[in-house]
Design a protein around this ligand. Structure first.
Ligand code: PBG
Ligand code: ZN
Length: 324
């Protein structure tokens, strides 16, 4: 057959395929999430997320140390602790588990480890919402005030970067101002700028004990049907001083990552969330899919869409098993 264009020529052998791969992922792009609770000596498996654990500060230090040797040098901390209260005061208490973990991690690993913290009230409030509730409504400005206090508590403990995940209006600007006023001009802000109201957070809410006690999060998280609004949210956060913009979840929102890549010069992060992770793990355990291949396919899709950094529960296993 006479045929001028034969794209398969360049797919013939692994050597040429490797040379021409348009997208590469490496471990420096990974941010690895950790769930931290009070106490000592515990490393309890989270049933909804196979391979992920609840750590106490001491076991966290051990795990982070072994991760660092593999090149996992950026972590995202989530606190799981009581006492829960109406306004979530434990969220900005400097004796809470996250500030304690930050101080210990920084003491042990200094600048070798980059410590990022999730800033949100939902794990600390009795009602499980991400802000302050008045008359069954999550009120914006009072929530922002508390979230700024939480960001400050993390910065004071030594966090390199804080990552607000609440989706209140104006919190990025308020946090930047609050951090700067307190001298934390070098504490970076990664905004969960485009965070959709999503069923993909299910396993996480079990892990963090942060499911809303009434209603849902649709009055603050974004509607999954909206792409233009996503750009608006992201660009507002850029104007307010975000250093990195995040899209979350990742797999069902690759179009959003790719569109945003065209609209901003800021670095982009995507959050490969809990159910995206657990679906792969559970399908693999059932013998339905090849875990290594599916994980790598997903990770490369994030990078191809335009994500610079990838927050993923797969990170540790991917580097441990040398999948990249
Ligand atoms: C808290 C928060 C959530 C996630 C990260 N921060 C859950 C939620 O908004 O309900 C989800 C992470 C995941 O599913 O892995 N605001
Ligand atoms: Zn929240």
């Amino acid at each position: 057959m006479e045929l001028l264009n034969r794209p398969r020529r360049l797919r013939k052998d692994p050597v040429i395929r490797e040379a021409l791969a348009e997208t590469r992922v490496n471990r420096n792009q990974f941010i690895y999430p950790y769930f931290v609770k009070p106490g000592t000596g515990m490393r309890d498996p989270i049933a909804a997320m196979p391979g992920i654990h609840h750590f106490t500060v001491d076991t966290l230090l051990t795990d982070v140390e072994s991760g660092l040797k593999l090149g996992i040098n950026k972590v995202l901390l989530f606190g799981v602790q009581g006492p829960k209260s109406e306004e979530g005061d434990a969220a900005w208490n400097d004796r809470s588990v996250v500030p304690t973990a930050i101080r210990e991690l920084k003491k042990a690993f200094g600048r070798d480890l980059y410590v990022i913290t999730d800033v949100c009230l939902c794990a600390y409030t009795t009602h499980g919402h991400c802000g302050i509730v008045h008359d069954h409504e999550v009120v914006n400005d009072a929530s922002v005030e508390r979230l700024v206090k939480m960001a400050l508590a993390h910065a004071q403990a030594g966090a390199d970067m804080v990552a607000p995940s609440d989706m209140m209006d104006g919190r990025i600007g308020a946090m930047r101002k609050g951090l700067d006023a307190d001298g934390f001009t070098n504490t970076a802000l990664m905004s969960y700028a485009v965070k959709f109201a999503s069923a993909y957070y299910g396993p996480f809410r079990e892990a963090a004990g942060s499911a809303p006690g009434f209603g849902d999060r649709r009055s603050y998280q974004m509607d999954a049907r909206n792409g233009r609004e996503a750009m608006r949210e992201a660009l507002l956060d850029e104007d307010e001083g975000a250093d990195i913009l995040m899209v979350k979840p990742a797999l069902a929102y690759l179009d959003i990552i790719s569109q945003l890549r065209q609209r901003t010069d800021l670095p982009l992060a995507c959050y490969n969330v809990s159910a995206e992770y657990s679906m792969v793990k559970i399908a693999a355990a059932a013998g339905l899919i090849d875990e290594r291949l599916m994980t790598l396919e997903n990770l490369h899709a994030f990078a191809r869409a335009g994500a610079d950094v990838i927050i993923t529960y797969h990170a540790r296993e991917v580097v441990e098993k040398g999948w990249l």
